[in-house]
Design a protein around this ligand. Structure first.
Ligand SMILES: Nc1nc2c(ncn2[C@@H]2O[C@H](COP(=O)(O)OP(=O)(O)OP(=O)(O)O)[C@@H](O)[C@H]2O)c(=O)[nH]1
Length: 210
């Protein structure tokens, strides 16, 4: 029997080939996913983490970046509490697409969604097309947190997920107009296997009214 305090819905979004599936894999399995294929529709992973003394289960939806899956992936945005918005530091094209992804996240998930911008493939610094400074300015202007990550080496991957979870918890605790979208407070959880957890009583709180 395991005890989980909260369940957060997370999204990983961004253009195709930026490394979303590899980031998720690195976070869940702590290793690099070799021969990663394009995601078809949506994939799913979850991990329990400890954030400021609270046990939080992150339920993470890894969406396909290819345009042809856009209508499918959009239907998964609803009610997400947090998102990793990913571009590839060696591809300006993926950086230029960020505004579109951001608009989708804020309109389809929630205006309060906590988003971290991840400049992935940090290990390929020699092929860099987007500077750290430029991206950090973009992040500041759009109220995003920002990290450069590498799904290959694992650098900053765990930090990206944990920073987002920590910010959501802080917002909940400070009660700053946070509506609690995508957050479920788990009253009692029974785990049958490490991967299958049934929440017996789960209550969705609207933290905006506390
Ligand atoms: N060098 C390097 N390569 C990476 C990194 N992350 C991913 N890759 C490579 O980039 C390619 C795309 O990775 P994926 O994780 O499949 O990309 P994705 O964003 O999930 O792509 P879609 O599912 O099509 O949206 C693969 O060949 C990975 O091996 C990284 O941090 N560094």
């Amino acid at each position: 029997i395991s005890q989980t305090d909260f369940l957060f819905k997370f999204l990983v979004i961004g253009s195709a080939g930026t490394g979303k599936s590899c980031l998720l894999h690195q976070f869940i399995e702590t290793k690099f996913k070799q021969d990663s294929n394009h995601t078809i529709g949506v994939e799913f992973g979850s991990r329990v983490v400890n954030v400021g003394g609270k046990t939080v289960k992150l339920q993470i939806w890894d969406t396909a970046g290819q345009e042809r899956f856009r209508s499918v992936t959009r239907s998964y945005y609803r009610g997400a509490a947090g998102a990793l918005l990913v571009y590839d530091i060696t591809s300006r094209e993926t950086y230029n697409a960020l505004t579109n992804w951001l608009t989708d996240a804020r309109t389809l998930a929630s205006p309060n969604i906590v988003i971290i911008l991840c400049g992935n493939k940090k290990d390929l610094d020699a092929d860099r097309e987007v500077t750290f400074l430029e991206a950090s300015r973009f992040a500041q202007e759009n109220e995003l947190m920002f990290l450069e990550t590498s799904a290959l080496t694992g650098e900053n991957v765990e930090e990206a997920f944990l920073k987002t979870a920590r910010t959501i918890l802080n917002k909940m605790e400070s009660g700053k107009q946070y509506t609690g979208d995508g957050v479920v407070r788990v009253m009692r959880c029974v785990a049958f296997t490490p991967n299958i957890t049934f929440c017996i009583v789960a209550k969705k709180f609207n933290f905006g009214f506390i």
